[in-house]
Design a protein around this ligand. Sequence first.
Ligand code: IPE
Ligand code: IPE
Ligand code: MG
Length: 241
Amino acid sequence: MAKDTPVPNTPDHVAIIMDGNGRWAQAKGRPRLFGHHAGARRVKEIVRACKDLDVKYLTIFAFSTENWKRTQSEVTGLMTLFRQYIKREAKALKAEGVCVRFIGDRLKLDKQLQKLMDELEQLTEDNDVVNLTIAINYGGRDEVARATQLMAQDVADGKLNPADVDEDTLPRYLDTHVLPDPDLVIRTSGEARISNFLLWQSAYAEYEFIDTLWPDFTKDEFNKVISKYGGRNRRFGAVPA
Ligand code: IPE
Ligand code: IPE
Ligand code: MG
């Protein structure tokens, strides 16, 4: 299949709040987990689209620190889906040059899932075509709290002088410390909120709220959002030239 030509001003880092799986399934009279499985299948297409468009970093929100409030059967089903997804996709991700990382507090996940996550990171660590970061048990406030704890420990150990703390210090302790800040944050399903995603990192991101439910979000629609981003004027507080 022909590659899509990269558009001008392609964002370097796109982050996606993949929302609407439950409503997609319910509209079809199916259980919510059916929607989560359909949603997981969409990920592959969007990772490929990033490759074609030369978007170097893709970060996707798979499970938030607040999603534990869902029914036990939905939470268990999602955790099983994450295990299956890693097992099923590991080889292809490696072969396609995707470097996979996970953000979020993984120590609260089951041991088997943690092991699969660690192994996939190791397997793909030398890849550099696309950087796929998957947020599982991730919350922006939780991430800042954990980073602050690490930073405070460095102060207590005499490794960090409080007078030297500036706005470049905290990001070094965040889960995302190796990633650039997102240029564009997309949320599907019509909700216009960020639900605790990448709070610190998105200070100057552009946002795009799309009505489509995540399992229906195609590569073509993604391409349109990326083209639209190319026409935006990011000022970062300065007066436009
Ligand atoms: C997003 O879809 C996936 C997760 C939060 C795990 P939802 O499950 O939130 O779907 P809706 O918003 O209920 O439709
Ligand atoms: C955000 O979606 C989390 C993920 C997409 C994983 P939610 O569906 O959990 O967010 P709220 O509850 O609508 O804010
Ligand atoms: Mg939702």
